[in-house]
Design a protein around this ligand. Structure first.
Ligand code: AMP
Length: 223
């Protein structure tokens, strides 16, 4: 069977990261998050990281030429050959068109796009209370999803930190960027019948169950 490609779409704060960590262990797809790749480049001080920093601080998208090259490289790495779960990419129409071409070269395609739908007013609160594990990138929330155990069994909450772009000003800019540049991508996947919408509000556990059910249907379908 061809390696699967699932895409997770949703506004910043819609819970993509939380769901991705869960889906990765449930379905055995490799979680590839463009934001994590950028943060890793920034932390290592690479040239790509230096180019990305200013955009990230402003809550703007890093230009497509940088982003697409980084993703192309990541998708050809050995651990991505069994199937991937893309989180945070594609975020522009151009990225989605290039993704289709990239996957075609690899003999794959986007199998489904899971869209986590969240009321706008919840986003700022979710992001400003968010804590991330520096070691495994798993996201938590101070009240809605406090740290109980590491999903990978690696640590005990000692590496939690707040992302620098989870401050109210940058959060607002990121949401505006999402409306302007990423919503057309959602409309596009709806139009070509790949979009599966999952309500992202409510208890984390019930959203997880709904996302896993939606993803399993796609993954178990014959190609
Ligand atoms: P995220 O962790 O997905 O919220 O991404 C953090 C930041 O990384 C974003 O605000 C952007 O500056 C940048 N970024 C992540 N993914 C992309 C993408 N697909 N295209 C452009 N910039 C991105």
């Amino acid at each position: 069977m061809t390696a699967r490609t699932l895409v997770l779409l949703g506004a910043p704060g819609s819970g993509k990261g939380t769901q991705a960590v869960h889906l990765e262990t449930e379905l055995g797809l490799k979680h590839v998050a463009s934001g994590d790749l950028f943060r890793d480049h920034v932390a290592r001080g690479t040239e790509l990281g230096l180019r990305a920093t200013d955009y990230m601080k402003r809550g703007a998208l890093v230009p497509d030429d940088v982003t697409i090259g980084m993703l192309r490289e990541r998708l050809t790495e050995p651990d991505a050959q069994g199937g991937v779960l893309l989180d945070g990419f594609p975020r522009t129409m151009e990225q989605s068109i290039v993704l289709a071409a990239m996957l075609q070269e690899l003999g794959r395609r986007v199998d489904a796009v899971i869209y986590l739908e969240i009321p706008e007013e919840e986003l700022v609160e979710r992001l400003s209370g968010r804590l991330i594990c520096r070691e495994c990138q798993a996201p938590f929330h101070v009240t809605a999803n406090p740290f109980r155990s590491c999903p990978f069994g690696k640590c005990h909450g000692e590496h939690l930190y707040q992302r620098s772009d989870d401050n109210p000003d940058t959060v607002r800019a990121r949401i505006a960027t999402y409306h302007r540049q990423t919503e057309p991508v959602i409309d596009y996947y709806r139009l070509i019948d790949l979009l599966v919408t999952v309500p992202g509000s409510g208890p984390v556990e019930s959203v997880k169950a709904a996302v896993v059910e939606a993803a399993r249907k796609v993954v178990s379908k014959e190609q």
